[in-house]
Design a protein around this ligand. Structure first.
Ligand code: PPE
Length: 303
């Protein structure tokens, strides 16, 4: 990797020196929150996509856990800008994280210092280069998504990603590229690191916020982009069976961007390739994030 610096607790450190103690609270109990953000190489130079929305979610994610991030949004923004600038990155993935550090073990984090770090590195397509054009094969995971009555699903918490790891690895062990997880009620929730959309008769559907999903920023962006193109978008509950008979399906996420789904449990979706509505939205999404469309300026923070 062509990167050498990580910002941690207010300082720029050499990549190798950004370390924590082995008795870090978050390592034992998963008590950290994080973000995933992309910076795109636009016509006007590097620009971070929806930075303010990601920052807001970062602070909000900490609330249920009393993780009060000890840096202001301005300080985190300045640190990120400098990281991108110093390392000459034009497009990259940005990973802010805040977590309970080291003082003592025991479940209660009271009095344990909160550590904050930001790393940036180049990250290409999430599910493979061909995934963007050809789509991915997914399986319905035998693992359910944890319910929002058990752990807040709108917070991006480090520990809860064990659920995503179980589902994703089960799918890959079985020869699929990615999983889809059902919620406790048995309806569709999302992917291990993606939200999901369905297209039927030229209209869009996506799982609602009460389906135990992460409130994805790409999901909200795609809803806005689709509506701007004249599509109707409904946030609803989607059953497993509806996935099998959908005209088109696709994932959204910061890492996954807009990735078509071509089969579910070996059932072809539509023609078994990227569908036309998915292709149109995907093209529009890339045109917007790479700065080729006017009217979305407030989604960008220029470096
Ligand atoms: N659901 C989950 C569970 C999720 O982790 C993500 C992002 C999304 C939906 C989409 O949210 P948004 O990025 O705001 O559109 N997953 C992040 C982590 C990926 C990883 O492998 O690490 C991401 O895409 O950055």
């Amino acid at each position: 990797m062509d990167v050498d610096t990580i910002w941690m607790d207010g300082e720029f450190l050499d990549w190798e020196d950004a370390q924590v103690h082995v008795l870090t609270h978050a390592l034992h109990y998963g008590t950290g929150v994080f973000e995933g953000v992309r910076c795109y190489d636009t016509e006007d130079g590097p620009a971070i996509f929806r930075w303010e929305d990601h920052l807001e979610r970062f602070y909000q994610s900490g609330k249920p856990y009393d993780i009060e991030i000890p840096f202001s949004p301005e300080e985190l923004t300045a640190a990120t800008m400098e990281l991108i600038d110093r390392q000459d990155l034009d497009s990259c993935y940005i990973r802010p994280i805040a977590f309970y550090g080291y003082d003592r073990l025991g479940l209660s984090p009271e009095g344990i210092p909160i550590q904050t770090a930001i790393a940036c590195w180049p990250w290409g397509t999430y599910l493979g280069e061909e995934a963007i054009t050809d789509g991915v094969d997914v399986m319905i995971s035998s693992w359910r998504k944890y319910a929002s009555s058990q752990i807040p699903t709108n917070a991006k918490t480090t520990g809860t990603y064990v659920n995503s790891v179980l589902a994703g690895e089960e799918a890959r062990r079985n020869g699929y590229t990615e999983a889809v997880v059902l919620n406790k009620e048995g309806n569709v929730a999302e992917g291990p690191g993606e939200n999901i959309f369905m297209v039927n008769d030229g209209e869009l559907y996506t799982t609602g916020l009460s389906e135990s999903i992460l409130d994805g920023i790409t999901r909200q962006s795609v809803i806005d982009i689709a509506e701007d193109l004249g599509y109707e978008v409904t946030e609803t509950s989607i059953s497993r069976g509806e996935l099998y008979t959908a005209d088109e399906l696709f994932f959204t996420g910061t890492a996954a961007e807009v990735t078509p789904i071509r089969s579910v449990d070996d059932n072809e979706i539509g023609e078994g390739t990227r569908g036309p509505v998915t292709e149109e939205l995907q093209q529009r999404f890339f045109d917007i994030v790479e700065g080729r469309v006017d009217g979305y300026d407030d989604w960008f923070t220029h470096v």
